[in-house]
Design a protein around this ligand. Structure first.
Ligand code: FE2
Ligand code: FE2
Length: 211
């Protein structure tokens, strides 16, 4: 517990050296994440650690993000090269483990997967991803995030699915690539949702590249 408190203090101090706008964002995420932690009975300290850590490398220039990812031995695919900012979560997770001694796999997963999601996310990771997407300023900018926030109070998985649907439309409208890891995660979430609802699998075999 004492170690966790020390890790929170160290990671928070590191984040507070980042640009002010980013620090304010993380503070807004923390408000939402702690709210959801109380709702879903999660350890607020672990949620706080992951929140302070999630954007440690968000403000780094793209070439630096690429360099850090490769240095840490992280997988870098074409979608990451096109948009190195997508690597800031995986970089932060690696640095939290190696430099800050964070060994909490669920907190590390929350940091790693907060931008595009992952196939099997622990609850803490679902909470951080969603809080990151609907913190106060983002839901003012994108009003549909208010609905996602309301949903997260009732059902975290359904909130994730709705966010993924919104993201899919947003990417198509802008002509942006969909990261293959996000697509893999999303497909898994949809299949899970269908299984839960007792529906036959309708997404099996669907390939993003060929439709
Ligand atoms: Fe981020
Ligand atoms: Fe963030």
């Amino acid at each position: 517990m004492q170690q966790l408190a020390a890790q929170i203090a160290a990671v928070r101090a590191e984040l507070e050296a980042r640009p002010e706008g980013l620090v304010r964002h993380v503070e807004r995420v923390l408000v939402e994440a702690l709210d959801l932690a109380a709702r879903w009975d999660l350890d607020p300290a672990r949620v706080e650690l992951a929140t302070w850590g999630h954007d440690l490398f968000r403000s780094f220039p793209p070439d630096e993000q690429l360099r850090l990812a490769m240095e840490a031995g992280l997988p870098v695919v074409e979608a990451d090269r096109a948009e190195p900012v997508l690597l800031h979560g995986p970089i932060a997770a690696a640095v939290l483990r190696d430099r800050f001694g964070v060994l909490d796999d669920e907190a590390l997963s929350a940091v790693r997967d907060h931008t595009i999601g992952g196939r099997h996310m622990p609850m803490i990771a679902k909470v951080i991803l969603l809080a990151d997407k609907f913190e106060e300023r983002k839901r003012r900018r994108t009003p549909v995030m208010r609905e996602v926030r309301r949903l997260a109070w009732r059902d975290l998985d359904l909130a994730l699915l709705c966010w993924a649907d919104w993201k899919w439309v947003d990417e198509r409208e802008h002509g942006w690539l969909t990261h293959p890891d996000h697509w893999g995660a999303r497909t898994e979430w949809v299949e899970e949702h269908h299984r839960e609802a007792g529906l036959p699998g309708r997404t099996a075999g669907f390939d993003l590249a060929t439709g």
